[in-house]
Design a protein around this ligand. Structure first.
Ligand code: COI
Length: 354
């Protein structure tokens, strides 16, 4: 065991990498050789450990399983060359994780543990970062309650983990979205802005219903009026209407995406008109009818910039005849991935190299 100031490190005796096709890894099925684990007990986080990736033992009474006091993050490592791997805006992920933890009553994790933990794992498992462009090593930090007690209360014990997984595209092809009048993702005062497990669990049934009707995902509307577009759940949403980039403003019910923020920053940098505002689904559909809806795309860490082929609402559809990204989505995709893979200048200081 290597002990430095931050982590106790136990290296895997052998690597599993020979069993994995890094050129076609799928999404989130394979995991790199090491993981970080840190326990919270007696009122404080304990010494974090980096150790071989493997199963953890839990009791069926684990309160996180019953009451979902649990938060997570998603970020990626990008292969640049044999000696450099890039991380993208991990500080933003840390800040969001800290907010999610606060909302879910999970004790704050120190910034250095989060950021240096990611870096240390990437150093140890650098050969797991796929070289093929478009593929990355997805990094999943998460924290959850760990009391062996089925009482619905704030837990006294927690665990924080970071696991990593080689991934390809989240969406293989342009996506078809539909609204629903029956279900909502998040309510004002709820947990929609937190990256917490329950938001994803709540979306599964409506998404399953949407799939039965031939759609890939639900385009969520606001819970009060069922009028304003919010997000997709797996990604934020952008519309290009008459040359203007429009995305729903954050009002506590939408996840503040790192890719969303990066697109807005880039648009401002390019002097491209961009509006963060409430946008009704009627406005979207009308813009479609008037031939003013030029493009729709989703944005997220897993999804990157994902083209939307269809928006369906109340029996009507706006469709795009595309087999890839439209010009605006493609421009953002290229600008962001060029920065991530170290092929372009990084005027915003978004990259940390390992
Ligand atoms: C991400 O984009 O990192 C997410 O956490 C979304 C998830 C559905 C994979």
């Amino acid at each position: 065991m290597i002990t430095d100031t931050l982590f106790d490190i136990t290296k895997a005796s052998e690597s599993r990498i020979a069993d994995v096709d890094l050129d076609a890894p799928g999404f989130g099925r394979e995991f790199a050789d090491h993981m970080l684990e840190m326990e919270y007990r007696d009122g404080q986080w304990q010494q974090p450990e980096i150790k071989p990736f493997g199963s953890i033992e839990i009791t069926p009474a684990l309160n996180a399983l019953h009451y979902a006091q649990s938060v997570f993050e998603g970020t990626k490592a990008y292969y640049v060359d044999g000696s450099t791997i890039n991380l993208f805006r991990v500080q933003k992920n840390y800040e969001r994780m800290a907010r999610s933890c606060e909302r879910m009553c999970i004790p704050t994790i120190e910034k250095d543990i989060f950021i240096e933990g990611i870096k240390e794992l990437i150093r140890l498992d650098h050969q797991w970062v796929p070289e093929k462009e478009g593929n990355t090593l997805y990094i999943r930090p998460f924290a959850c309650a760990f009391d062996p007690i089925i009482s619905a209360r704030v837990a006294e014990q927690y665990r924080f983990y970071i696991i990593t997984s080689p991934v390809g595209s989240y969406y293989e092809r342009p996506v078809k979205l539909t609204t629903t009048q029956q279900y909502v993702r998040a309510v004002k005062g709820g947990v929609g802005a937190a990256k917490t497990a329950g938001n994803y669990a709540a979306s599964l049934y409506p998404a399953q219903q949407a799939k039965k009707e031939g759609f890939d995902q639900v385009l969520w509307l606001d819970a009060e009026e069922h009028t304003y577009v919010e997000e997709v759940g797996t990604m934020n949403i952008f519309f290009v209407i008459d040359g203007v980039l429009v995305t729903p403003s954050l009002r506590g019910t939408i996840l503040p995406g790192v890719t969303r923020d990066s697109i807005i920053e880039l648009a401002k940098h390019w002097d491209m008109p961009v509006e963060e505002r409430r946008i009704s689904i009627e406005e979207v559909m009308q813009a479609g009818k008037d031939d003013k809806l030029e493009e729709v795309f989703g944005a997220g860490t897993a999804a990157v910039v994902a083209p939307v082929e269809e928006v369906h609402h109340d029996g009507q559809s706006v469709t795009f005849d595309i087999d890839g990204r439209g010009p605006v989505g493609q421009k953002f995709y290229k600008a962001i991935t060029d920065i991530q893979y170290g092929k372009a200048e990084d005027p915003f200081d978004w990259i940390a190299s390992v």
